[in-house]
Write a protein that binds this ligand. Structure first.
Ligand code: AKB
Length: 316
């Protein structure tokens, strides 16, 4: 039987689109989706799905053996806002799932791993503009601490056990198929839904809060390209940038399509998280090593989001 790829956390914002894209490229039968709960109809109907708790190593191994899995994308994670509310659970999910998958690779049950890191590894002491690949990483959030520890473990498993684990520091990801949940950058998805549904959005970040962002199509391309590349020089996590914008700038773009749209601001605790993260990212190492480039700028992603989220426009 041919080897297969397992996606753990396949029903989340990135997991859903990653699974669908991998199925389109490599064939439905070779991509096994798994999550703690079922996902969208499109995901459930396009291939094999297994209920899987990412913190249960034996359950992961059982599925690896059952489906002759060779590669694992570990997408299950608790994001920045939820992790502040449940630090123990966040540490348990974000760290133990990674340990299990790294150990399964060390024990040669699988040969390649993808694990997502985040711009949350950076903190208040990191240079904010064009944040370098290698720089000060002193995260102040529970999520950021878990991602930084994860990066160090990936590096350790690569150096000590030759585990081929690859990673990207995702910025905020904007998409229309599946909602994000529990992140600080979620505003940049929510704003589109509210603009279309009610012409109004109350933002929990200040109008001039710049954050690095990426459109989903670019994020998926980066993930698959990194896993396919044979020119990797970094087994910790690559910076990838793309675009950066603030709530006022995205609102201005949305207004070009929905002139009645209004944004107002009610800043809460999430501002402190956003303030600890970079404004923009230097991703030159990813560009040099595996030819990373992004396609979508703020105008293109706004147009695509509105087209896909507005039912009446779908038929035009
Ligand atoms: C979050 O906001 O927590 C995530 C992230 C930047 O990793 N989207």
């Amino acid at each position: 039987m041919n080897s297969t790829t397992l996606i753990i956390g396949a029903c989340g914002q990135i997991g859903t689109e990653l699974t669908l894209k991998l199925r389109a490229v490599f064939g439905n039968e070779s991509i096994i989706a798994s999550d703690i709960k079922e996902g969208s109809d499109e995901l459930m109907n396009s291939g094999v799905f297994e209920i899987l708790d990412a913190t249960n190593k034996e359950a992961i191994l059982k599925i690896i053996k059952k489906h002759h899995v060779d590669k694992v994308y570990l997408m299950a994670a608790m994001l920045s806002v939820t992790a502040e509310k449940y630090p123990d659970k966040a540490w348990d999910l974000n760290m133990n799932s990674l340990f299990h998958v790294l150990n399964l690779a060390k024990e040669k049950h699988i040969s390649k791993v993808f694990w997502p890191s985040s711009i949350a590894v950076f903190g208040n002491t990191t240079p904010r503009i064009n944040t370098p690949q290698e720089t000060i990483t002193e995260p102040s959030t529970v999520y950021g601490i878990s991602k930084l520890a994860g990066e160090r473990w990936c590096d350790y498993y690569y150096n000590h056990f030759n585990v081929d684990v690859r990673s990207i520091r995702y910025p905020g990801i904007i998409s229309w198929k599946t909602l994000p949940g529990g992140g600080t950058t979620d505003y940049a998805v929510d704003i589109f839904h509210k603009a279309i549904e009610t012409n109004n959005y109350t933002c929990f970040l200040k109008e001039d809060t710049n954050l690095p962002m990426l459109y989903m199509e670019d994020a998926i391309k980066a993930t698959i390209d990194l896993m396919q590349s044979d020119k990797i020089n970094n087994y910790t996590a690559y910076n990838i940038g793309g675009i950066s914008f603030n709530p006022m700038q995205i609102a201005t773009e949305i207004k070009k399509h929905i002139p009645e749209f209004k944004i107002n601001y009610h800043v809460d605790f999430r501002q402190e998280i956003a303030d600890s993260w970079p404004d923009s990212i230097d991703d030159s190492q990813a560009r040099e090593d595996w030819n990373w480039f992004h396609k979508y700028d703020i105008e293109a992603l706004t147009k695509d989001m509105i087209k896909n989220l507005t039912p009446s426009l779908e038929t035009i």
